[in-house]
Design a protein around this ligand. Structure first.
Ligand code: SAM
Ligand code: SF4
Length: 333
């Protein structure tokens, strides 16, 4: 599926819930965001219809996200169904890892092979503050279980925030010395109107790399492994390895060096909107058509429409962030 500037759209991110068992300070307000009603959320059979229609049009990668995808009931059965859709050859999930210890085996058994775990501090107290109550031990246990179960690669996503966790950047990078993890540093994005955060908190990918270079030379890596981000093939992460390291370091600079030119994504929000760009408010409703009996041809037309309105680029870095009202937990980060 080519969009109007010839980008091949082959990646669908599906937010399966807006709910979460954490309240990360950069993602949600303290009291959470008003939850969508049960009726407002796409049912599994509706998500599956969209994914099947998208696969027929050329989507081959699907990532489940949220909110926290592991809090939605029976997510394992959804994964089993998506894994069996012809054309979907890369299925992954992004989680905060809290429930992963208990669920890793079931997820693997359903056909999931790749997992991204968000982890922003290795200090239990700081982790508790950042997530407003999360237990670091549960996430570390989740990572351990995922590794033991056979997930590969295990990607750990760190949102780097000045004055909060920048002192831990090297400690995170050191994890790759002994473990085959992909540790990916993500620039903090001022989305969702989170009052506490401002542009002064952003640490650019270049600055993060500069800090890590204290540990050794950063050796560029061409390919992050099967389905992983590729430095040349359009994935968003720039990849490096420290000398002798088992794992890989990734730097995702959505703000300082955005990758719109190679963006291959489409998003489906938990409330049934196709969203062509994280940073654009344009959304195409598929829930109403799904619930009023649309046929597959109509669904296919709506997917084409979403792709045809995908913006060429975003300008979040140039100070118009107030426009981006939906938080990451609502859109599906
Ligand atoms: N709950 C899951 C998790 O935390 O991994 C999945 C959803 S979460 C919205 C997806 C990703 O978005 C996480 O890696 C999180 O760190 C990231 N995220 C949320 N708000 C962000 C922000 N303001 N800037 C950068 N990344 C953000
Ligand atoms: Fe929940 Fe993920 Fe947002 Fe944290 S980043 S509040 S874990 S959705």
């Amino acid at each position: 599926m080519l969009d109007r500037v010839n980008r091949n759209i082959e990646y669908l991110r599906v937010s399966i819930t807006d709910r979460c068992n954490l309240r990360c300070v950069y993602c949600m307000p303290e009291l959470g965001v008003p939850g969508l009603s049960h009726e407002a959320i796409l049912r599994y059979e509706e998500i599956l219809r969209v994914v099947r229609a998208a696969a027929k049009k050329g989507i081959r990668k699907v990532r489940l996200t949220g909110g926290e995808p592991l809090v939605r009931r029976d997510v394992v059965s959804l994964i089993r169904e998506i894994a069996a859709i012809p054309g979907i050859d890369d299925l992954s999930l992004t989680t905060n890892g809290i429930l992963l210890g208990k669920m890793a085996e079931g997820l693997y058994g359903a056909g999931l092979r790749r997992i991204n775990i968000s982890l922003d501090s290795l200090d239990p107290q700081r982790f508790r503050e950042l997530t407003r109550g999360g237990e670091l031990g549960a996430v570390l246990e989740g990572i351990r279980r995922a590794e033991e179960t056979g997930f590969s690669p295990i990607k750990i996503n760190v949102v780097a925030i000045k004055g909060i966790n920048d002192s831990e950047i090297c400690e995170f990078a050191r994890l790759t010395l002994l473990k085959p993890y992909h540790v990916r540093f993500i620039e903090f994005m001022p989305v969702g109107g989170i009052a506490t955060w401002d542009d002064g908190r952003i640490i650019t990918a270049d600055k993060i790399m500069e800090k890590i270079s204290a540990l050794g030379e950063l050796i560029p890596v061409e390919d992050g492994g099967r389905g992983g981000p590729k430095t040349k093939a359009g994935g968003p992460a720039k990849l490096y390895r420290l000398p002798g390291a088992k794992g890989i370091l990734g730097f995702i600079s959505a703000l300082s060096n955005h990758f719109c030119g190679s963006c291959n994504r489409l998003r489906l929000t938990a409330d049934g909107k196709l969203r062509p760009c994280l940073f654009s408010e344009t959304e195409i409703d598929v829930k109403t058509p799904l619930r009023t009996g649309c046929d597959d041809a109509e669904l296919s037309r709506l997917i084409s429409l979403a792709i045809s309105v995908k913006p060429e680029g975003h300008s979040i870095a140039s100070g118009i962030k107030d426009k981006y009202r939906r938080s990451m937990s609502k859109i599906g980060g």
